[in-house]
Design a protein around this ligand. Structure first.
Ligand code: C2E
Ligand code: MG
Ligand code: MG
Ligand code: MG
Length: 290
């Protein structure tokens, strides 16, 4: 009897394993066709300058809609797999090109110029062709380099070889006028000295610190320290994941320059950005609500 049960368990286990493997295979096959089927699109989330209450920038965030897989798939789920499959390179190029084309279109419509931030994974940065590709896309779309910002994570600065390679790329990007932001700042484990040696323009305080900023003394201390450090290093500073008026008040009081989060707007399709850019400040509605 015990033997029988053992066998059943084993078979059950095998079926489960197969199911997981099949699921993964289906996922990969769908992902492989994502570009030819044109299933990707970009949403944009406003970044608000707290003093002027203006939209100073937009972060482009990738969205994948696929019916076989049941709708919208989060980038946190498919980007790591796209990286493993080597698909992040063509997908990343699509993102850069789409964002720059869109940015140029908004300029031609006469909308106020705003910076567009594009996420670039460390894996993409390991591609020697990235710099040439960015140059090509800027020339082709005629989107001003000064309005493009690339968001990289601290993991880019870990490890000797990658550090040496990306230094040149970042330096050249900055010389072209492209801004460089460190995303999810404070969650990596690299030494801070890269801030001194590398061309960096902006720090984005990770939303895990912002979440309990008003109730957790440690989070408040870390956030104010990051803001102070950014000021003395002459870096721009932006808080991610701002959801509540109280968090905004804290950041404003501590002279954080910019904020981004559901309080102002979630990431939205390009069409809605046109309304936000022409319709004045989203900030106004917030101040009257509080
Ligand atoms: P991220 O770059 O740190 O982007 C911020 C994430 O926080 C976005 O999730 C955004 O929707 C979400 N967010 C914004 N405001 C709030 C808020 O107030 N509260 C909360 N809880 N969340 C907020 P999303 O769009 O799901 O993207 C997840 C991650 O996927 C991004 O994190 C980024 O690392 C990656 N990603 C997105 N688009 C791209 C892309 O085009 N290329 C690459 N390489 N990575 C991307
Ligand atoms: Mg980002
Ligand atoms: Mg982030
Ligand atoms: Mg992230």
């Amino acid at each position: 009897r015990a033997k029988l049960q053992g066998k059943n368990n084993y078979q059950f286990f095998k079926i489960e394993m197969n199911e997981a493997a099949v699921k993964r295979l289906v996922f990969e096959n769908q992902l492989r066709k994502v570009l030819e089927r044109e299933e990707l699109c970009l949403y944009y989330q406003p970044q608000i300058e707290l003093i002027s209450k203006r939209v100073a920038g937009l972060e482009a965030l990738l969205r994948w809609e696929n019916t076989t897989l049941g709708g919208m798939i989060s980038p946190d789920r498919f980007i790591p797999i796209a990286e493993e499959m080597g698909l992040i390179v063509p997908i990343g190029e699509w993102v850069l090109q789409t964002a720059c084309k869109q940015g140029k279109e908004w300029l031609e419509q006469g909308l106020p110029p705003v910076r567009i931030a594009v996420n670039i994974s460390s894996r993409q940065f390991q591609q020697p062709g990235l710099l040439a590709k960015i140059k090509e896309i800027l020339e082709y779309t005629r989107f001003p380099a000064e309005l493009l910002e690339v968001e990289v994570t601290e993991s880019l600065f870990i490890g000797d070889d990658s550090v040496r390679n990306c230094y040149k790329m970042l330096k050249e990007l900055q010389e072209m006028g492209v801004k460089i932001a460190i995303d999810d700042f404070g969650t990596g484990y690299s030494a801070l000295n890269y801030l001194k040696r590398f061309p960096v323009n902006t720090l984005k305080i990770d939303r895990s610190f912002i979440k309990d900023i008003c109730v957790d003394k440690d989070d408040a201390a870390i956030t104010t320290a990051i803001i102070a450090m950014a000021h003395s290093l002459n870096l721009s500073i932006i808080a991610e994941g701002v959801e509540e008026v109280e968090q905004l008040a804290f950041l404003h009081f501590h002279k954080c320059e910019m904020a981004q989060g559901y309080l102002f707007s979630p990431p939205v399709p390009a069409k809605q950005i046109e309304k936000i850019l022409t319709g004045g400040s989203i900030f106004q509605t917030i101040s009257t609500r509080s």
